[in-house]
Write a protein that binds this ligand. Structure first.
Ligand SMILES: COCCCN1C=C(N)c2cc(S(N)(=O)=O)sc2S1(=O)=O
Ligand SMILES: [Zn+2]
Length: 260
């Protein structure tokens, strides 16, 4: 069913139409209707322990910029929350808009934020590799954090200062110490639901953990994201903006909250 909201979502050239995989019953992103979310008292607090020295590099993959981590050991993990196992940090990336009125993938009560951070983790307890975990229903756990316009974020600035070096698609820069927990809000509250990757292969393998509180970044920091390019060096320049997927139908899913 193509709800009114879907028609409003910016249809990005990458998504000629709201792409859903045939038979997809748990696609992401979704609108989180606060009053329809169900408080689950059995949800545990999410425990996050990242080792900043596992940070490897920043990579412009032509869709977003990814900060990738060494996931060969359990040095950077999350556990608890809705998760049965511990999950290893693989990478984090962002989605953002051309202007501040939109840019996030998830919405809350149909409100878009100017950007959204995704911290991608995989279930290394049950699966031998990230590639295999991507194909399994409980293979991935992604923490989503909304970014709102406000004060300058000092932790993010070290990342922003490196972005000019990865302006073009398929450029990489070494980035060897960064603690992504500085990008998380201090409030422990989150929503959680069963969903999918929001970019191809769109596999339905993600336990989403969406933080209720946004972090604040300033206009210059959002503009730094917008000066990245989708295109390689030498190609006609296309600014990397609006790299978010349209909202997908909730179907037979319940969004649970860790808070009342
Ligand atoms: C074998 O690997 C297949 C590629 C999987 N990945 C690529 C993405 N585009 C991607 C998007 C993700 S998102 N936007 O749903 O967090 S997570 C993620 S990912 O897990 O890092
Ligand atoms: Zn993402």
């Amino acid at each position: 069913a193509c709800s009114r909201k879907n028609r409003n979502a910016a249809l990005h050239p990458l998504w000629q139409s709201p792409l859903t995989i045939p038979g997809g019953t748990r696609q992401s992103p979704i609108n989180i209707q606060w009053r329809d979310s169900v408080y689950d008292p059995f949800l545990k607090p999410l425990k996050i322990s990242y080792d900043p020295t596992t940070c490897l590099h920043i990579w412009n993959n032509g869709y977003s910029f990814l900060v990738e981590f060494d996931d060969s050991t359990d040095r950077s993990i999350i556990v608890g929350g809705p998760l049965e196992n511990q999950y290893r940090l693989k990478q984090f990336h962002f989605h953002w808009g051309a202007i501040n009125d939109w840019g996030s993938e998830h919405t809350v009560d149909s409100k878009f934020y100017p950007a959204e951070l995704h911290l991608v983790h995989w279930n290394a307890v049950e699966y031998p590799s990230f590639e295999e975990a991507v194909m399994e229903g409980n293979g991935l756990a992604v923490i989503g954090v909304f970014l709102k316009l406000g004060a300058r974020h000092e932790g993010l600035q070290t990342l922003v200062d490196a972005l000019p070096a990865v302006k073009h698609k398929d450029t990489v820069i070494e980035f060897d110490v960064f603690d992504p927990s500085c990008l998380l809000p201090s409030c422990p509250d989150y929503w959680t639901y069963a969903g999918s990757l929001t970019t191809p292969p769109l596999t339905e393998s993600v336990t989403w953990i969406i933080k209720k509180k946004p972090i604040e970044v300033d206009e210059d920091q959002l503009e730094a994201f917008r000066m990245l390019l989708f295109t390689s060096d030498g190609e006609e320049e296309k600014r990397m903006v609006d790299n978010f997927r349209p909202l997908q139908p909730l179907m037979d899913r319940t969004v649970r909250s860790s808070f009342q």
